[in-house]
Design a protein around this ligand. Sequence first.
Ligand SMILES: NC(=O)C1=CN([C@@H]2O[C@H](COP(=O)(O)OP(=O)(O)OC[C@H]3O[C@@H](n4cnc5c(N)ncnc54)[C@H](OP(=O)(O)O)[C@@H]3O)[C@@H](O)[C@H]2O)C=CC1
Ligand SMILES: O=C(O)CCC(=O)C(=O)O
Length: 461
Amino acid sequence: MTTMPKVSLAGSSSRSAGDLKTFMAGVVARNPGEPEFHQAVQEVAESILPFVADNPQYRDTMILDRMTEPDRQISFRVLWQDRDGNVQMNRGYRVQFNGAIGPYKGGIRFHPSVTASVLKFLGFEQTFKNSLTGLPMGGGKGGSNFDPKGKTDAEIMRFCQSFITELYRHIGEDTDVPAGDIGVGAREVSYMFGQYRRITNKWTGVFTGKGLDFGGSLIRKEATGYGAVYFIQNMLVAAGDSMDGKAVCISGSGNVATYAAEKATQLGGTVLTLSDSRGTIYDPNGITPEKLEIVKQIKEVERAPIAVYADRVKGASFHEGSRPWGVACDVAIPCATQNELEAEDAKLLIKNGIKAVGEGANMPSTLEAVHMLQQAGVMFGPAKAVNAGGVGVSGLEQSQNSLRLSWSAEEVEDKLRNIMASIHEQCMMYGQDGQYVNYVKGANIAGFRKVADAMLAQGYI
Ligand SMILES: NC(=O)C1=CN([C@@H]2O[C@H](COP(=O)(O)OP(=O)(O)OC[C@H]3O[C@@H](n4cnc5c(N)ncnc54)[C@H](OP(=O)(O)O)[C@@H]3O)[C@@H](O)[C@H]2O)C=CC1
Ligand SMILES: O=C(O)CCC(=O)C(=O)O
């Protein structure tokens, strides 16, 4: 039997096993000025460090420290021409966070708030999430501070083409397979895929979330929202309850929010809210399937603000600048962006008798809010488990592309349901704390083990 020598890292002072404060001091020293990344690492470290302390093969190799360091990250200049003929410049990024268990996989985000810190937090989270799906996918994330809002279709296309003219050399079906995220849907993925194909003269499954006529998978568009609600349904069933008859508050009105609302309604819930960066719409009568078609028309076709819903639907109101969390509900599904559910919001939810929170967005709750909800005994599903259905179906899209096959919607949704049930089981296995299931701990430990074991088996990587 061989023994691994101990590893030390620049910026990591020696610490006793399980010492969160010293661990985080090392992370902050190595990654200054990256608050979102620090937050994501801390959320993981809080539950993993005690587990690592009990397992010498992880403790002595400092594997968690190693997992906080991306395999590589690149940033590049993106020049594009606007509608008036002016040259505009943005910054593009790809963080290839961890490739131990498969090709890098994760979305591309176009939003003015994109920074290296935001993409590192997303790539770190993605590594654990992809591990939980059971599919061979490493973690990555990319994007740009480009703001697609108000841009013409031609401007979007020129930006996507320019972005890929640099990024194409770093991605590939067996290397790194991007997809959509905030500000990047089928339109943007298709422009990027087209430019990749033009440059390389290859048709490969290098992107997921493509158009259905050229390799996209049925149910990919719906997968993140549907998967989130399947996960929440699993949590409720495990507690002897179900989604049926529940009042549901959802934030956001993009891809994840829309299809979370659709599935929650199909399972018997009543969706009361949606939102966007301008405010919240409240519909006390519930957003029925017919009204959800109005939402899709507003958001997917007209690309207009969700406030328009209140102009078109009798009884609905728009609340400028407010979040949905003050509306009394049984289930809350934050589906917009990071840190959109803070301590004050958690307090309101608890006061109004919330039963379950499932994170559809990535890291939508602050650490303080998570702790408050857990201490109040609320079922809390973390993003890396709850929203893993999107990347799960992306993995299925990769399989279909490799096989040169297309599966039916029923077949894909069946597999999605199984993936979400399996993630729920893994969380239960590692997260049971007496009567309470700590899904944060469960998801972190289950996701961590597979990646850590793969890294250790592959040597010093
Ligand atoms: N798409 C996917 O498959 C997956 C997405 N996710 C995560 O889900 C979340 C939503 O992504 P997705 O639905 O794809 O993105 P979309 O771009 O389709 O929608 C984003 C929604 O969030 C709102 N939003 C964005 N930023 C803010 C903000 N600062 N404050 C309030 N509202 C905001 C947007 O409003 P507005 O239009 O006004 O900006 C919009 O309604 C993200 O965290 C993403 O990382 C996770 C897994 C997979
Ligand atoms: O489908 C994918 O590859 C990525 C989805 C994603 O970006 C995410 O899970 O946050």
